[in-house]
Design a binder for this molecule. Structure first.
Ligand code: HEC
Length: 472
């Protein structure tokens, strides 16, 4: 079963399939250049987010660096380990392609005769239906924001009002960064209408447009103990309330165009909701250039067949790791933290998020996994414990890199009936590495750590079974 799906995905992604040949014939222009054109240029272009590979000769000059980045799977950036699940829009290189690179390196990096590049930039959104946006929202107040000149990386959150007047569902998403030289990654969070003013207030208190937000949707400065204490003197338990009120809506990374959520599903937006747009700016290649006119495009439906949500999964105690001693990463250690949610126990929470009345929840479709840690993250795993007592790895990340976090969407969802939910759970497991001299604690700040999974889960709704039907 697994095998047939992977063949299907491999054929739709069509990574320039090259028949194995011996090292003698392997040269840059004939064998390697087509692989780079197909798999790298969406980011490594003159107008892209990393050094350009458009010029074939200059790229050849970087051959050793390129080969090692590929063979060590640092590039293309794709955190998920192969062999566990088949994911939509997988940009990693398949083993046959890597073997070509390896033979080329072993054969002494032959160059061959110059040839024109094959047609570049195939949209890699295999499995996704066509994206047809109907709502367009500007992200940057006043249209322009200059990322902090004092640092090459900045995470900045901007607040955008959701303009829908009625309850509606987001069914597709695209970010259109105004300046691809500095926009590295975009994560979009939704915020419950009741908490919109609290977020606005935090934005007003920070200088300039938006606020710094390294680890998620809330301001970095609340990770600072004194700031947090002052804030919670105003709003008891305020930081936790802020975090409970936001959820992962969508994300964009270079090379992605518009994509739609699985057919028939969507995420509910209430009138008056707020959107937090976390822009990750990486300014090394283009210092002192502003981000201008960045925009979000949404495909919206007034109703969907299967309302969905992102299960936001963590042990809440870890977020106050120092106070509770629940997450303490000592220098030089490599501790692992694990947390499990039983899906049967989440029905009330799911009803509240999706608006589907609890007794009408008949089945759940688990579509994705998405690991989240900060910069001390080392590796992690999301595991499904299925109703038959089997364990299945939904996502394994052998080498964590905060910059490439994303939803990893399965080519087929995992579907569970209401009766099975009590025997079904999802675990998130994070391993941390602390190379500093000081202990690191669980928390919200950029020097603190986190361990989350976000899974996109859709609800199949139906008439509740009657008491005589034996439902409990
Ligand atoms: C989704 C965007 C994206 C794709 C696709 C991509 N890269 Fe990169 N690459 C980057 C970015 C951004 C950097 C800059 C450093 C960083 O952020 O890691 C980079 C850095 C690099 C580096 C230097 C850093 C290192 O690890 O040695 C090499 C070499 C490289 N890429 C090769 C490739 C090759 C070859 C491909 C195609 C097979 C590729 N990349 C595909 C975004 C991408």
């Amino acid at each position: 079963m697994r095998r047939s799906i992977s063949l299907l995905v491999a054929s739709t992604l069509a990574v320039v399939a090259l028949a194995p040949t011996d090292a003698v014939g392997q040269d840059y222009y004939s064998d390697i250049r087509p692989i780079l054109a197909e798999n790298c240029l969406q980011c490594h272009a003159e107008d892209g987010i990393a050094f350009s590979m458009e010029n074939a000769e200059r790229t050849f000059a970087r051959r050793r660096r390129i080969a090692s980045a590929l063979l060590e799977r640092r590039m293309p950036p794709w955190l998920a380990e192969r062999g566990h699940q088949d994911y939509l829009a997988d940009i990693s290189l398949d083993p046959a392609t890597l073997a070509v690179i390896e033979r080329w390196a072993e054969g002494g990096f032959l160059k061959g005769d110059p040839k024109p590049d094959p047609a570049p930039r195939v949209a890699r959104m295999a499995g996704h239906a066509r994206f047809q946006p109907d709502l367009f929202l500007d992200v940057i107040p006043g249209g322009s924001y200059l990322p902090d000149p004092g640092s090459t990386d900045e995470y900045r959150c901007f607040l955008v009002d959701w303009t829908g007047a009625e309850e509606s569902y987001v069914t597709g998403f695209r970010a259109v960064p105004g300046n691809l030289d500095v926009a590295h990654h975009v994560v979009v969070y939704g915020v419950e209408p009741e908490m919109a003013d609290r977020y606005r207030e935090l934005e007003d208190e920070e200088e300039g447009a938006g606020y710094r937000c390294f680890g998620g949707a809330t301001p970095d400065r609340l990770g600072n103990r004194a700031e947090r204490t002052a804030y919670e003197a105003r709003y008891p338990d305020g930081l936790r309330e802020l975090n409970r009120a936001n959820w992962w809506l969508a994300h964009w990374a270079p090379g992605m165009d518009g994509h739609v959520f699985p057919a028939g599903t969507g995420i509910r937006m209430k009138p008056g909701a707020l959107i937090v747009v976390q822009m990750h700016y990486y300014t090394k290649e283009a210092p002192d250039t502003p981000d201008q006119n960045t925009r979000l495009d949404f495909q919206v439906a007034s109703s969907v067949e299967r309302p969905a949500f992102h299960l936001s999964q963590t042990n809440g105690r870890w977020l106050v790791g120092e106070r509770t001693g629940s997450m303490v990463i000592e220098p030089g250690e490599l501790p692992t933290y694990e947390y499990t949610d039983n899906l049967g126990q989440l029905l009330g929470y799911i009803a509240a998020l999706t608006g589907v009345e609890e007794p009408r929840i008949q089945q759940l479709e688990v579509h994705s996994a998405n690991l989240h840690m900060h910069s001390y993250g080392h590796s992690g795993r999301i595991t499904l414990n299925d109703p038959d007592g089997r364990q299945e790895t939904l996502l394994s990340v052998p080498r964590w890199d905060l910059r490439w976090q994303r939803d990893f969407t399965f080519s087929e969802p995992k579907v569970f009936s209401r009766d099975e939910l009590r025997r079904t759970s999802i675990s998130v497991e994070c391993t941390f590495e602390n190379p500093t001299e000081k202990a690191v604690y669980g928390g919200y700040g950029s020097d603190d750590e986190m361990c989350f999974n976000f899974s996109y889960i859709a609800v199949r709704e139906g008439e509740p079974a009657t008491a005589s039907g034996g439902a409990r």
